[in-house]
Design a protein around this ligand. Structure first.
Ligand code: OAD
Ligand code: ZN
Length: 232
């Protein structure tokens, strides 16, 4: 990997699975227990805000009891030691990359630990519940919602992500099923630009055939091994 300088990493729920956070599409995963239309769409929120707020309150509380695992730690080490460009684009709404120490992280699907005021459009760090309709610290309106991107909404910072992919030498996808666009399309975008592509996942994802290389296994083993290889 002599000419490797700029790296874009996409992470999904699989990287946090070994920290005890449920994935979405596995057996017993979140989307088996809850209907996406009910808890992860603007229409669901309009129909039954209590159900949606309670769902995210539970998730927000749960992630704060979880800890980063060796996969998050390895990426944090890569972030600290890599002097080329690096962007960790995560679909995850937990903060385990940051708690492991990573800095160059972009949350394309938002974060559980923010509340977003639909009255004044300000985002505030938030660790408690939203079910009681607390006032926005900025404008005082009771109009806070989870700062999580729902189906039918535009993921955050797409321009910055595509700019990073255009400059990348390597695109690595970790722990994601490749079921949700636009993230699932990054591998094709990268390949069209001549970027090398690598998948690290427990099982083959939907777009697995698009990657130059796929390594199958647990993130807690695959990611530290790959980071060790890149840094050596
Ligand atoms: P999924 O639940 O769809 O996929 C998780 C992937 O991780 C699967 O391919 C698993 O095989 C893999 N996996 C599970 N355990 C693993 C482990 N220990 N090591 C490595 N891989 C493992 O989750 P995402 O692809 O992240 O969006 O889902 C994408 C988006 O769909 C989420 O961001 C969320 C969801 O709806 C929104 O909420 C907008
Ligand atoms: Zn406000």
């Amino acid at each position: 990997m002599a000419d490797l300088r700029n790296i874009v990493i996409l992470t999904g729920a699989g990287i946090s699975a070994e920290s005890g956070i449920d994935t979405f599409r596995s057996e017993g995963g979140l989307w088996e227990q809850h209907r996406v239309e009910d808890v992860a769409t603007p229409e669901g929120f309009a129909r039954d805000p209590d159900l949606v707020l309670r769902f995210y309150d539970m998730r927000r509380e749960a992630i704060q009891t979880k800890l980063p695992n060796p996969a998050h730690e390895a990426l944090a080490r890569l972030d600290a030691e890599w002097d080329g460009e690096l962007l960790i684009v995560t679909q995850n709404v937990d903060d385990l990359h940051e708690r492991a120490g990573a800095k160059r992280v972009l949350h394309m699907h938002g974060t559980h630990l923010n509340a977003w005021c639909t009255a004044c459009d300000v985002r505030t760090p938030w660790t408690g519940p939203l079910i009681d309709r607390p006032p926005c610290p900025c404008c005082g309106e009771s109009a806070l919602r989870p700062d999580v991107v729902w189906f039918g909404e535009m993921p955050y910072e797409m321009e910055r992500i595509y700019a990073a992919i255009r400059r990348a030498d390597l695109f690595v996808s970790i722990g994601t099923s490749g079921a949700v666009y636009p993230a699932a399309g990054f591998v094709r975008d990268a390949r069209n630009l001549g970027v090398q592509t690598l998948e690290l996942n427990l099982e083959r994802s939907e777009g697995s055939h698009r990657f130059h290389e796929t390594r199958l296994g647990r993130a807690s083993e695959l990611v530290p091994a790959w980071v060790g290889q890149v840094l050596s």
